[in-house]
Design a binder for this molecule. Sequence first.
Ligand code: AMP
Length: 112
Amino acid sequence: MDCLFCKILKGEIPSTKVYENEWIYAFRDIAPQAPTHVLIIPRVHVTSADGITAENSLYVAKIFEAIPEIAKAEGLTNGYRVITNCGENGCQSVKHLHFHLLGGRKLPEQMG
Ligand code: AMP
């Protein structure tokens, strides 16, 4: 399967690691849209939020358990935003479920 983030997980494409455990991997976005822009992905291929099921939702739970820890390590004491883009209308460009963790400045109120 030709998935960019699966290749990052396998180490075939370099990335800047921020956090990892048995279930998930977090790395810096290559084109940051805020002072902190981290992508958090499951270690299994799930195409998008639309592919979350009872079988793989543990990975999603592990992502959300790690977010406060990553945010703390990044110094995001004043809050942050977590986003996942899904499908064409959501402007998802990489078809491997990922959550953007954005912070380090006041983010725009508008999200859509
Ligand atoms: P999305 O548009 O929600 O699918 O987000 C995909 C994100 O992946 C974008 O913010 C890209 O900047 C980021 N991205 C693409 N290629 C890489 C890469 N090789 N390393 C890190 N981030 C990447």
